[in-house]
Unconditional design. Sequence first.
Length: 270
Amino acid sequence: MSQPTNLNEYKQQIRSCYDARTSYDNDFTFRRALPLVELVELKPGQQILDIATGTGIIAIAAAEIIGTQGKVIGVDIAPGMLAQARRKIVAAGLQNLELIEADAETITFEDTSFDVIFCATAIVLLSDIPAAFRNWYRWLKPDGIVAFSCWSMTSFFTPIIVKVCAKYGFDLPNLHEPLGSKEKCYTLLQEVGFRDIDIKTEQFGKYLSLEDAQNFWQGTWLNANGHPLLHLSAEQIEPLKAEFRAEIATLATDKGVWQEMTTFFVTGKK
């Protein structure tokens, strides 16, 4: 499928952000994705959709389980991510995995096409999460399963970043807010019609060195509905980054600075 056209500024920002990540795979990216495959009891012959497949971590794991009678479709907006996925697919010798470069929010599939729909962590980047859930519900077969992962509202120093921006008069929306608690995940799925909703929580937090923690936020921010920092210059962003570094310094301990990363692994059945 051809490259998505007419991407708005936000979608172009996402594509550029992920295209720049030329060595994406590491222990962390696997640990925050593969538990979804383990939570869903995949069976040979199933039809699988992996939204925001990235380098194909979930798609490849699923393709190996469902076998030659099944099929996995992986969709991603970033050609750089898909190039990494293709190299891995060739190396694994998989013939049952198709990659599509497309905007996950505009691509469409026939109703009742899939047994399972996955989306690991990238779900918070969608501009209309309830609409995505409604689409996925339609695309799933009866008793089909949706499985996604997301972060708590307090992960990745987000409260500090929001606080710093507020001090400078910027009302920065929390990217993780829509799915940032177990209750929010449950409610959004239930409202669409999903049942047997299960949410597992895992803490991926770790101590960072003070320097690494202070350099974590570079003044960039993704949010589908726009945000007040989007068109500030590097010079205008610098005072906010300096304030962030000062706030982080107050959190330093002899172990370093704790970076909270609570992850929700969520499944629901149609």
